[in-house]
Design a binder for this molecule. Sequence first.
Ligand code: NI
Length: 185
Amino acid sequence: MAVLPIYTDGSPVLRKKALPVKQLTDDVIQLIMDMFETMRKASGIGLAANQVGVLQRVISIDVSEIEGLENIKPFALINPEVIDKKDSWTIEEGCLSVPDVRDEVERAKTIKVRFKDTGFHDREIEAGDLLARVMLHEIDHLNGILFIDYLTPEKRKMHAELLQKIHRGEIEVNYPVVTAADIPL
Ligand code: NI
């Protein structure tokens, strides 16, 4: 397993739509294992393949460190699709690709998601609260959407300086990153 560098805001790969996984190859399994390793290293609770520069519809989730969610073992979702949404709530979010920026986002409170598991079997999961939120955040990544996209222009302005720093690659985090400044034009 390998810790992969995480692409940060300003990197084009974060704005692209990831493609469905057609079959479970060794490469996909390797990707999933590396994503778990990367997520652990970065102390993240969720990661999407776009964030490690791979445009495949794969997300990994590990909420087992969160109080009350210890029983949910880390798991990966291949080709996840939200098939139902109910109610909404607003809490603060962050993202490993947008370090140090945190702000409130409104999302559905309860969702139903269809996906393939790591055995490539069709599965459905109903999730609420934080688990639902992580899934929605990660599925957004697969569609090229970041949580900061939901902020009002005023709130974005509040974060503008920090976002510019991220774009310039002036980031201090304890995990490897690829910033927009690292990418040749
Ligand atoms: Ni994120």
